[in-house]
Design a protein around this ligand. Structure first.
Ligand SMILES: NC(=O)C1=CN([C@@H]2O[C@H](COP(=O)(O)OP(=O)(O)OC[C@H]3O[C@@H](n4cnc5c(N)ncnc54)[C@H](O)[C@@H]3O)[C@@H](O)[C@H]2O)[C@H](O)CC1
Ligand SMILES: [K+]
Length: 445
């Protein structure tokens, strides 16, 4: 199921538009938090850290529900509640409230309800140190909505942040749950349905529905991926194999020198035209090197194109791509080479890039994003860090080119490719090499 991602502003609007009262939202949030803890542990000692805002309010509610479920609950508060909702939640808790500090004793279960989406500045050093110490001493750590210390829209760490076992996102995912560096601190991320129902163009990329192959179809129905080789054969060979193993009907490589070791089914030729109507998608860039004329050639083709790696660096001006049907797959350095410095969070940068070239941009990294010029933004679910090895990007471009050639729309193909690539990495294990990803593709495509 696709999970919606809401910014701080959208979250506040959604809260106001909710059919129930804000108090009811907080009650559901606290109850969901207690439920999540009870699912993960038999009743035992719990320490709830409560902040001054509504995140703290959720903590008082959760404490009440956990005590009802037989947990031995302590609350340590940073300060008295400031918001009306949090005051009400505090009042409904008839147990003791400790003052949070250096001498706060740890417990096997730690619930962090210090700050959520309202965090506006770094935690004080002493508070951050206390949080780190208590998290280290706990066996099960859970963050309410967000780990405290994280900026919700950018995913930046404003101070030291523990790595939690579980983060319970309230109402919807926030950008920080799927952006680096914050995402690595969230642990497993579950979403609690508290009655907020907001639409957004931002979402977590989910398992794709791939186009079925027609039983009576021929090889061109399954897609002809046309690759243009450049100076270095290794990268384009990986992309070609990935394209073939992702279910392309036909993979053809224009190359002046045959590349050794490729399956015979991948046709290598120095003849042919990018004008061939049967081409489903062109792929240019892996191993291209310094042959920018390949970009000019590809842009004469009347068909969709994937530009990866060196091709991105050689486009020159993003506006050159306007009016063409292109998917760009830059990592950080390539994005900067083509678009220069763009202000804002990674999400902002991805969308600005897509706007400027009027095409789909797959902005790669530990937190890959897929941006469309119309404002849609897909956030990749976490993928193994073992993907940070040479050649994995070539494999991704090969997968995306095949999905595009199989008839998927550019944004859908890019999102699906990113999802499949991440799952292939999970299957390949750690450490992996790019070839291991290719071996995992047939089961996923
Ligand atoms: N969105 C929903 O539908 C619901 C969200 N809930 C929870 O409410 C928080 C957001 O609450 P808010 O009061 O806006 O913010 P916080 O609790 O995160 O903190 C605000 C509070 O803290 C002060 N502050 C900010 N940064 C610092 C700092 N570094 N040091 C000290 N103090 C700081 C700030 O001035 C405010 O006073 C959301 O995440 C959910 O957990 C509700 O449950 C209802 C449903
Ligand atoms: K929190």
């Amino acid at each position: 199921m696709t999970r919606t991602i809401l910014t701080l502003e959208q979250m506040r609007e959604a809260e106001q538009a909710a059919e129930c009262s804000l108090g009811e939202l907080m009650e559901r949030a606290g109850e969901a938090l207690a439920e999540a803890v009870a699912l993960g542990s038999a009743p035992r000692a719990v320490l709830v850290l409560a902040g001054p805002g509504n995140n703290g309010g959720d903590g008082y509610v959760a404490a009440r529900h956990l005590r009802d479920r037989g947990f031995d609950v302590r609350i340590a508060a940073l300060a008295d509640p400031k918001s009306d909702l949090a005051v009400d939640a505090r009042t409904a808790w008839d147990g003791e409230v400790e003052r949070l500090g250096d001498d706060t004793k740890p417990a096997p279960i730690l619930i962090d309800c210090l700050f959520g989406t309202g965090l506006s500045r770094p935690l004080d050093d002493a508070l951050a140190a206390t949080l780190m110490r208590l998290a280290e001493r706990a066996e099960f750590t859970i963050a309410c909505d967000l780990p405290s210390g994280i900026e919700t829209d950018s995913g930046a760490l404003l101070s030291d942040v523990p790595e939690y076992d579980l983060t319970l996102a309230l109402g919807a995912l926030k950008p920080a749950h799927r952006l680096s560096p914050a995402m690595r601190h969230c642990g497993q991320v579950a979403v609690a349905d508290i009655g907020i129902d907001a639409a957004s163009d931002w979402f977590e990329i989910a398992e794709p529905v791939l186009p079925p192959a027609r039983p009576e179809g021929h090889k061109y129905d399954r897609g002809l991926v046309q690759l243009l080789a450049g100076e270095m054969p290794g990268a384009i060979a990986l992309a070609a194999k990935a394209a073939a193993r992702s279910g392309a009907g036909y993979v053809r490589l224009f190359t002046s020198q045959p590349i050794e070791g490729l399956p015979d089914a991948i046709v290598q030729t120095d003849q042919g035209s990018v004008q061939d109507e049967r081409i489903g998608c062109l792929l240019v860039g892996p191993g291209m090197g310094d042959i920018p004329v390949l970009i000019t050639l590809a842009l004469t083709a009347p068909k969709p194109i994937v530009f990866d790696a060196d091709a991105i660096r050689h486009v020159g001006d993003p506006e050159r791509l306007v009016g063409h049907d292109v998917i760009l797959t830059p990592h950080e350095g390539e994005l900067k080479a083509l678009f220069g410095d763009i202000e804002g969070s990674k999400a902002d940068r991805a969308l600005v890039a897509a706007q400027r070239c009027q095409n789909v941009v797959v902005y790669k990294g530990a937190d890959t994003l897929v941006a469309a010029p119309d404002g849609r933004l897909g956030f990749a679910p976490p993928a193994p860090s073992a993907l940070a090895t040479a050649g994995t990007g070539d494999v991704l471009s090969g997968i995306i080119a095949t999905l595009r050639a199989r008839g998927m729309d550019a944004f859908e193909a890019a999102c699906a490719g990113v999802w499949i690539h991440g799952r292939a990495a999970e299957r390949a294990g750690d450490p992996l090499i790019a070839d291991d990803l290719i071996a995992a593709l047939p089961d996923l495509t």
